[in-house]
Design a binder for this molecule. Sequence first.
Ligand SMILES: Cc1cc2nc3c(=O)[nH]c(=O)nc-3n(C[C@H](O)[C@H](O)[C@H](O)COP(=O)(O)OP(=O)(O)OC[C@H]3O[C@@H](n4cnc5c(N)ncnc54)[C@H](O)[C@@H]3O)c2cc1C
Length: 479
Amino acid sequence: MVPRVQKVQISRRAVLAGAAAVVVAFDPVNIGWLTAADATPGIRVPGLDGELLLDDASRTAVAEDYGQIVHRKPLAVLRPGSTRDIQKIVRFANEHGLEVAMRGQGHSTYGQSQAAGVVIDSSTLSTIRRVTRTYAVVDAGVQWLDLIRTTLAAGLTPPVATDYLGLSIGGTLSVGGVGGASSHHGLLVDNVLALEVVTGRGELVRCSPTVRPDLFHAVLGGLGQFAVITRATVRLIPAATTARVYHLTYPDLGSYLAAQRTAVTDGRFSYLEGQAVPAADGWSYLLEGVEYYTPPAAPDDDGLLSGLAPAGVEITEMPYFDWLNRIYDLVQQLMALKLPGPWINLFIPDESVEQYASTVLANTTPEDAGGVVLLYPVRRELIHQPFVRLPSSPVVFLMAILRAVSPPDEAATRRLIGINREQYDQAVAVGGTQYPVNAIPLTPADWRRHYGPQWQAFRTAKRRYDPKQVLTPGQGIFE
Ligand SMILES: Cc1cc2nc3c(=O)[nH]c(=O)nc-3n(C[C@H](O)[C@H](O)[C@H](O)COP(=O)(O)OP(=O)(O)OC[C@H]3O[C@@H](n4cnc5c(N)ncnc54)[C@H](O)[C@@H]3O)c2cc1C
């Protein structure tokens, strides 16, 4: 007798939840899911503490990201109820040739958190487990916003924050995490003390600089290639209460870069960023220095501004948290518009930045830039994780064109992605690297070049920890 096999209607929500589960199976021939009683020829899906969602709405929700450019609907979405669920699904994927990607807040711009097989929605891993005087232990799906709110209640803060706090711990630790305090503390990944991960083989491993250090260093900035981060121990330092913000304006790139070099080298500000701003006759420049302090202590305005020679100065003040969270509402409004966001983020060595930035900006209209062009320095010696690729100059500039196509237009988006590719090639030619949160079409050969002397180590770690290349296909690194 031929067993009767009935496909689960894809519009129906099938839930696997431990003993109460509707048991379904996977049909590897037709690549689909099977209902309980009729699943004899199918492969049993393991029982889960959480849910495996098969309905169209759940799968569509993770088929896009912040960039609104790549759309890939997975076969299923796992909302893990435990780390064990992630292990089970990763092992299942290994056995049956499925791809898996962890999704944090989906703020990638080019499909990096998408997969055709199973997307794991990390937002259910959302517990802040412990806050001590020097570190916090936190689930990978927690947003920085929630962690910082919690640590500030104890007078503590992570040393570095990204400009936008609605990003997940796991998603940012997978790419690096740069912000205005990176000029003092390196990247987010330089401020992690330990990790709990599920490797691409489905093994649960705790690692740190002294326990399984090769895995620890591979995963930080490893673009999700070796393991799923499930929990992180992140460093905390005492927090100031107040941010005094110095906005210094410059009419030309040369004087702006000179001021940035002075400020990053002597480390006078707690936070240092800056940007190119559209002006009537091209671009002007804004250095953004911030001093964190707790009254009655007060910043020395004259000392902080000495030698920076700005054309204009504006000083404002606000609570520390308000400063860190200043763009949250704006980003929420932008996201509601679903504008394509073909971003390009590059690290340019100090010695090339003036020539590179002036050429790029001369050929960039404010419309093509989407309004925001970040251009600020970090100190290379503070950035340590091997798979975060930066030029070797002592000072390196982040140049990020955060494009938004308004109104949405496919041809315009494609044109900007083409420009991204050209600008990336020009950056590489002057010793630059990409900060990999971009919409740049890259081939595996480009990635080999990106990793350069670290490529062998990167490939070895992939073979060791994810030999079947189950994890994070959306990065497009391997053939
Ligand atoms: C508005 C906005 C502001 C930003 N500001 C900054 C900034 O100031 N500084 C900065 O450095 N970056 C910034 N970024 C970029 C951002 O840090 C990255 O895009 C980051 O990856 C997004 O985090 P996410 O939680 O949305 O991750 P996702 O986009 O969901 O995932 C990113 C990648 O990491 C993988 N991943 C996610 N979670 C895990 C996990 N737990 N384990 C293993 N792999 C995982 C995914 O599969 C994917 O490949 C910004 C992005 C946006 C949209």
